[in-house]
Design a protein around this ligand. Structure first.
Ligand code: OAD
Length: 246
């Protein structure tokens, strides 16, 4: 694969490197994506599972689905793409991950600065009093309830809900300050998350996309790598390390 020398030069002078990631970065860990050939949304309707009303009407069904996803996630491990991003922390002053994923794999890979725009499947909270329950929940007597009587839900963003503002604002700031902004494994069609790509571009970042197909934002990026994130990211880091004699 051809990696442009200019990109390596940009990396050499970069202080702030940001990775904006989506479901595709975890595909090589065995976690299904949402769109595309085997995407989750081809088989299931988001409005029946990933929204608050669906949960209140049928909490058992929604939890069954999230527990199924949680099982897949717990059986998965970070792949070379997650690990390379974590490794980058050794070579750059400021490495930020902004992820749409709820799978916690960036943290398990060792990344330290992560903004989670769509929540995290390892956390839960009460729909009534908002108390957090981050321990393993007990489903032996049905959907678990809070001390206050409210149902406990996963701490993930459902359709029609606001993004966690602290995470989004921090992600926006990172996008504004990015020297290089990688866009990895996302179809970049879900807003407001996808808007961060434009924020980064408007503020002068070099945009680098890694995806197995072209996407909505391919026409506006500076570099586009078509292929698997778990293969391309390690190659980019290796080329960088060779260039700086590491
Ligand atoms: P999508 O499923 O929409 O897109 C996944 C992207 O990853 C596609 O563009 C694939 O081509 C690409 N891809 C697949 N395998 C890859 C690989 N090995 N290497 C690189 N790229 C690969 O997932 P997202 O863009 O993350 O939101 O979806 C955004 C949001 O839509 C999700 O966070 C979720 C969903 O509805 C909520 O649940 C709120």
């Amino acid at each position: 694969m051809q990696i442009d020398k200019l990109l390596i030069d940009k990396l050499k002078s970069a202080r702030s490197v940001v990775f904006f990631t989506g479901a595709g970065i975890s595909a090589e860990s065995g976690i299904p994506t949402f769109r595309g050939k085997n995407g989750i949304w081809n088989k299931l309707k988001p409005e029946e599972l990933a929204n608050f009303n669906a949960f209140m009407q049928n909490p058992d069904m929604v939890w069954e689905w999230y527990n199924h996803r949680k099982k897949i996630i717990h059986e998965s491990v970070p792949n070379p793409a997650h690990l390379t991003i974590a490794d980058m922390q050794k070579y750059f002053d400021d490495v930020t991950v902004i992820t749409q994923n709820i799978d916690n794999l960036h943290r398990r890979a060792g990344s330290n600065k992560i903004f989670e725009l769509h929540g995290n499947i390892e956390r839960n909270y009460c729909v009534k009093c908002k108390k957090f329950y981050n321990e393993e929940l007990d489903f032996s007597e049905g959907v678990p309830k809070c001390d206050c009587g409210g149902l406990i839900r996963p701490d993930v963003v459902w359709f029609g809900e606001f993004l966690p503002q602290d995470q989004f604002k921090a992600g926006e700031k990172a996008a504004m300050n990015a020297d290089i902004f990688f866009i990895i494994g996302t179809s970049a069609v879900v807003y407001p998350a996808a808007g961060l790509v434009y924020t980064a571009k408007q503020n002068g970042a070099v945009l680098v996309e890694i995806n197995v197909t072209e996407t909505e934002i391919s026409s506006i990026v500076n570099y586009s790598f078509l292929g698997k994130a778990g293969e391309i990211l390690p190659e980019i880091l290796n080329k960088y390390k060779t260039a700086v004699n590491l």
